[in-house]
Design a protein around this ligand. Structure first.
Ligand code: GLN
Length: 496
């Protein structure tokens, strides 16, 4: 680790402010020359040094690269060539999102030594605004999991209570932001992996509409569901990062060719109330008997808050939600079994030598993948096999359409939906040893991925019993991020 020789130490009082600084505050400090990009990045490097021994959110941090980029940023600002007012601000990156010259292991043994030869689309966009990719953040192996316990490298702890998990799969990103080791991070969400860990750690996490953000350079788990999104201190920062990372990318044919989002401006101008906004309450999400009473209490107070902000509450129904987890574990595993077939130890990652090619595949994949990944590959291969394809995969696709239609119908009755993010607060390590129990952590997040719509997880309160954070989820129809973020911002302002 680098010694703290930046002069930041002389400004002890400011450091406190910086610890939970938003991107907007940091941009102001950089803009009025209160701090340089090098000082700022040295500050975060020293925070990692201090805190990450216990939290273990980062797999690696390339100090030299970070400081080199910070120096370049300071030079640009000095000559009036800053790429944006955010030039020089570090952003943590989940280990499945490619950054040129950095490892890209997806927290898996099979890719342990892989260095990415290129930047992902989202990172190219970050760099175009001068943001600095900062470290590789831990995750469940190949983004399969809800607690980071499936990482083959290390277990990340929840900064709010080190005996608890940070959620997953973007648990490293959530923990790093919540602990103030980085001001914001990128995560990926296939079935809730941004929103659930954001909820467990008490930060904001946004899953954009499918196609809003390029998936180029995102290691594929389930290609029809995966989406990169921001994990931030507040809703305004999420809006701002969405504007930065979204857009058509010729390297991803599923990225949407739309006018650029301008969510930041909308959110900044957002009035403090929700008058005239129709907030739908999907009854199936509230009837779920698995919701813990502490979570339910926060949820009820959140509904009251939304009402007191002037919103009209509309009861809606998403009747096919009850099939979402089952459908997801057919479609996501089917896609994963195809996507992960390329990791055979020949081109990428760890190779186990053997007598012949097939034996080498068996050995490399056998030792390279963890148990959960193997379980999903087996399940996915099974549901795609001839004889079972129609019964499982095809039928799941049909139910997926019904789930999407539910959201379309609800979208005609209201502007945004409000729901829980998870049934419980962050659980303790080892508490959910049964895979099915773990899968059920995502009952409230998965349907949205199947529909392809946008959703955001926003802090709403704390569980009285454990003191752990509880978030709520706002969901919007496809491409309605502006409306989504504006509602979330008004809610956030009333929650603080
Ligand atoms: N927890 C879910 C799973 O294990 C979702 C993961 C994700 O969104 N990447 O598949």
């Amino acid at each position: 680790m680098h010694k703290n020789t930046s002069g930041v130490a002389r400004r002890g009082d400011e450091l406190k402010i910086m610890e939970n600084s938003t991107l907007i505050t940091l941009a102001e400090k950089l803009g009025n020359r209160e701090i340089s990009a090098v000082e700022l990045n040295k500050f975060y490097l020293s925070e990692v040094e201090k805190k990450d021994k216990d939290i273990k959110a980062f797999l690696t941090v390339d100090h030299e690269a970070v400081l080199r980029e910070a120096e370049a940023s300071d030079r640009r600002r000095a000559t009036g060539e800053a790429r944006s007012c955010f030039d020089g601000i570090p952003i943590g990156i989940k280990d499945c999102i490619a950054v040129k010259g950095e490892r890209l292991s997806c927290a898996s043994k099979i890719l342990e030594n892989v260095i990415s030869p290129y930047d992902s689309g989202a990172v190219i966009n970050l760099r175009a605004h001068g943001f600095i990719p900062f470290g590789r953040l831990n995750m469940d192996e190949f983004a399969m999991g809800s607690s980071c316990e499936n990482s083959a490298i290390q277990k990340t702890a929840n900064p709010r209570d080190l005996s608890r998990v940070p959620g997953g799969s973007s648990g490293g990103s959530a923990a790093a932001v919540a602990a103030g080791m980085v001001p914001a991070a990128l995560g990926s969400d296939t079935g809730g992996s941004i929103r659930q860990p954001a909820g467990f750690c008490g930060i904001v996490g946004l899953k954009p509409t499918y196609g809003r953000v390029s998936r180029s350079g995102l290691v594929a788990f389930a290609s029809s569901l995966d989406q990169i999104g921001p994990m931030t201190q507040d809703v305004t920062d999420a809006a701002l990062l969405l504007d930065v990372i979204s857009g058509k990318d010729p390297m991803d044919s599923t990225s949407l060719d739309l006018p650029h989002t301008e969510c930041f401006g909308t959110v900044k101008a957002q009035k403090a109330d929700l008058k005239g906004v129709k907030v739908g309450l999907p009854k199936e999400y509230f009837e779920n008997s698995g919701i813990d009473c502490g979570v339910r209490a926060v949820l009820e107070s959140a509904i009251e808050r939304v009402k007191s902000l002037g919103a009209e509450l509309v009861p809606v129904s998403l009747p096919h939600t009850k099939y979402a987890v089952a459908v997801y574990y057919i479609i996501a595993t089917a896609e994963a079994s195809a996507n992960l077939a390329r990791f055979d130890g020949i081109r990428y990652g760890v190779r186990q030598e053997a007598g012949d090619l097939v034996e080498s595949y068996f050995k490399s994949r056998g030792m390279g993948f963890g148990d959960e990944v193997k379980r999903r590959i087996l399940l996915g291969t099974y549901v795609l096999s001839s004889g079972y394809y129609d019964a499982y995969y095809l039928r799941a696709q049909k139910v997926r359409t019904l789930i999407r239609r539910d959201f379309e119908k609800a979208g005609k009755l209201c502007d945004v939906l409000l729901s829980p993010v998870t049934p419980n607060v962050a659980f303790r390590f080892g508490e959910k040893s049964n895979p099915l129990e773990m899968y059920l952590s995502d009952v409230f997040t998965i349907a949205l991925n199947l529909a392809g719509n946008a959703g955001i997880s926003v802090p709403a309160g704390t569980d009285e019993k454990t003191g752990m954070p509880v978030n709520v989820q706002f969901m919007a129809p496809s491409l309605k991020e502006k409306e989504l973020l504006a509602a979330a911002r008004a809610f956030e302002a009333a929650s603080r």
